[in-house]
Design a protein around this ligand. Structure first.
Ligand SMILES: *Cc1c(COP(=O)(O)O)cnc(C)c1O
Length: 398
């Protein structure tokens, strides 16, 4: 197809939910660069929204996928699937959890976690079904997860919403305590809020939430769909805090670009699910689990996570320098390679994103005055230097 036809078909036939796509006509990618059909090249500091953790050129990852395609892509969960068992083993042996369920997306992983929490208390014979989440959170697009999401714009168009969901300010333990009732089944939080603008939880807050959940018999769910899988320089974000949730959800980077989601729990919680309680057609299929299994092998190799930490510190320091030099820049936030640069009212994140796009960089204006960076975890210092140089020039132009 010619570029004109691609655009025409999209405008004519695709549901109108991604209006204003950037004029990048994705053709192929290499390293951390995406090539457009119009000949332009972009350094990707968004990584498919935190998905392409290995960038685009891991030969090892590609070889594993090709090998798996030749063997089998999909079969049902009626049979034993070796890559699935491999992935189960790797996830459980490297976390505090005993059991996992494989879904296809972050929303689905959260949906499953919420179902597990409800089933857990139903099985106990209690009438606990409510879920408390945080303002500015994002948990997905299905009816329950959009309801759990603490941002009105995502859910207003879809009322009436499922019942039993409440939101409170993030990092505010007192507000959470007040919202708990004898019907509260779960508290679901992102250890680092992503779509809300990159807001890390405070350590004392998560410790307090853990304590509250223990005292009141509430299940704590960590949505690590964006902040998990190496993004923070730890395999899981909770490992930065030393606080363990009862259920954790994963997706985005888990499959390195192949769609897969997961939720995990300890035996005591997981055992609430009985045969028939939950299931999926695609979830955990041979291709997706083989992909995730290879992603985990690569991330667990000596030095990989260490290098994420180092590059995160480097990028953060470079951004901090910009903040120190410019009155229009207020602060940086985040952990590892999940970072935000906050502008004052005079700078638009959308405009900055457009200007960087023109210069060949993909970033995300996650809020009006907040720039979000989620580069591939294999980003190099030279790429970071180039990005910083270009942000500097754009600010100087203003
Ligand atoms: C992206 C995201 C989701 C939703 O994932 P999908 O794969 O788009 O359904 C849920 N929670 C968090 C924290 C996310 O960042």
């Amino acid at each position: 197809m010619e570029i004109e036809e691609i655009v025409e078909m999209d405008e004519k036939h695709f549901m109108n939910v991604y209006s204003g796509r950037y004029p990048l006509y994705v053709e192929k990618a290499e390293g951390i660069k995406i090539y457009s059909k119009d000949g332009k090249v972009y350094r990707d500091f968004l990584a498919g929204i935190g998905v392409n953790a290995l960038g685009y050129s891991s030969q090892r990852f590609k070889a594993a996928l090709k090998d798996q395609i030749d063997k089998i892509i999909h079969c049902s969960n009626l049979y034993y699937i070796e890559p699935q068992s491999e992935l189960e083993k790797k996830l459980c042996q490297n976390s505090c959890y005993d059991r996992v369920f494989f879904a296809n997306s972050g929303s689905e992983a959260n949906e499953g976690a919420l179902k597990l929490a409800r089933k857990y208390f139903k099985k106990k014979g209690t009438n606990k079904f409510e879920t408390i989440t945080a303002d500015k959170s994002f948990h997905g697009r299905t009816m329950s997860t959009v309801t759990a999401t603490g941002q009105d714009k995502y859910k207003k168009p879809f009322t009436p919403l499922p019942e039993g969901f409440y939101t409170v300010p993030f990092n505010d333990l007192e507000a959470l305590k007040k919202a708990v009732t004898d019907k509260t089944a779960a508290i679901m939080l992102e250890p680092i809020q992503g779509e809300g603008g990159i807001y890390p939880a405070e350590k004392e807050y998560l410790e307090g939430v853990r304590q509250l959940c223990d005292q009141k018999d509430i299940l704590l769910i960590f949505d690590e769909v964006q902040c998990g899988m190496g993004r923070t320089g730890e395999l899981f974000a909770y490992q930065n805090y030393g606080v363990e949730a009862d259920i954790i959800t994963l997706a985005k980077a888990l499959g390195g670009g192949v769609p897969i989601g997961a939720f995990m729990a300890r035996e005591e919680v997981a055992s609430a699910f009985e045969p028939g309680d939950h299931g999926t057609t695609f979830g955990g299929n041979p291709l997706a689990t083989r992909a995730a299994s290879e992603v985990m092998d690569i991330m667990l190799e000596a030095g990989f996570l260490e290098s994420v930490k180092e590059k995160g510190i480097y990028l953060r320091a470079e951004l901090d320098k910009l903040v120190a030099e410019n009155d229009n820049l207020l602060e940086t936030r985040g952990i590892g390679l999940m970072l935000a640069l906050e502008f004052d009212q005079s700078l638009s994140a959308k405009k900055m994103t457009n200007q960087l796009f023109e210069r060949g960089f993909l970033v995300n204006g996650v809020k009006e005055h907040t720039l979000r960076l989620l580069p591939p975890l294999v980003v190099e210092k030279e790429d970071i230097d180039l990005l910083i140089k270009n942000i500097k020039e754009i600010i100087a132009e203003k």
